[in-house]
Ligand binder design. Structure first.
Ligand SMILES: Nc1ncnc2c1ncn2[C@@H]1O[C@H](COP(=O)(O)OP(=O)(O)OP(=O)(O)O)[C@@H](O)[C@H]1O
Ligand SMILES: [Mg+2]
Length: 230
């Protein structure tokens, strides 16, 4: 199972006078649902971007399954290991639900018909079935669009899923459904899932809760009776 490890990570935006992230140490393992919480501006999205290989830390080491990212081609790392889910779903508006899922597979060199078959299977498993598969994202509900976005991440074969406020635009019912899906992917299929969220329902479901404050991170015991300031 995938394991993403961060050691003494520092990050400073160009031109900024102080570090956004300071001495970040954490391990995210496959099979676990991890959440990252913390106040607005504390560096959560920055941390996810670094984990996704979209940017390099100013200092420190990131490794996947023991392999240092510095020794890897970042494009390949992103393509083969990481998939991202965003608050605004970020589907291609001019592709149907099915094409949104099959396109990344074709991009990776999978035969068009096979990609379509796999896309149908993945979408069916997420409850996006029948004519919904041939609809454009704008003709699907928010919850359905987010499930298509999850389908797209599954189709890529990446074992690490990074999600930035995946339920931020959803009502409680759709949010619960997304949590259920992500939880199953972690617990039953061994995905390594890291979710940045303010959603208490997701935090309650998490195996590990990491809290960022003043640029540093610590594991918070998932003990809600004491109250979590998220
Ligand atoms: N491109 C940038 N250049 C300079 N500073 C930036 C840039 N992007 C973000 N920041 C700053 O870095 C800090 C962390 O931002 P980040 O987006 O990671 O916060 P966040 O925890 O995701 O917040 P939120 O909960 O509001 O999404 C903030 O102070 C922000 O102003
Ligand atoms: Mg953010």
């Amino acid at each position: 199972m995938a394991k993403l490890e961060l050691e003494s990570i520092y990050y400073r935006y160009k031109g900024a006078d102080k570090d956004v992230l300071r001495d970040i140490n954490c391990v995210f393992e496959g099979g676990k649902l991890n959440t990252i919480v913390g106040p607005s501006g504390s560096g959560k999205t920055t941390l996810l971007s670094i984990m996704a290989g979209l940017d390099e830390p100013s200092q420190g080491k990131i490794s996947i399954d023991g392999k240092d990212l510095k020794d890897m081609d970042l494009d390949e790392y992103r393509r083969d290991n990481i998939s991202m889910i965003f608050q605004a779903f970020q589907l291609f508006p001019l592709l149907t639900a099915l094409e949104n899922v099959s396109f990344p597979m074709e991009y990776k060199g999978i035969d068009k018909e096979k990609a379509k078959e796999k896309g149908i299977e993945v979408l069916n498993s997420l409850g996006i079935d029948g004519d919904k598969q041939s609809r454009y994202p704008s003709n699907l509900s928010g919850g359905e669009q987010q499930r298509v976005a999850i389908g797209r991440t599954l189709a890529t074969g990446a074992k690490v899923i990074l999600a930035d406020e995946p339920s931020g635009n959803l009502d409680d019912e759709n949010s619960d459904r997304i949590i259920d899906i992500l939880k199953k992917l972690a617990h039953e299929q061994g995905f390594c899932i890291v979710i940045v969220t303010h959603d208490m329902n997701i935090v309650k479901s998490a195996d590990n809760v990491w809290r960022i404050k003043d640029g540093t991170i610590e594991m918070t015991k998932n003990n809600l009776s004491k109250g979590l300031d998220i």
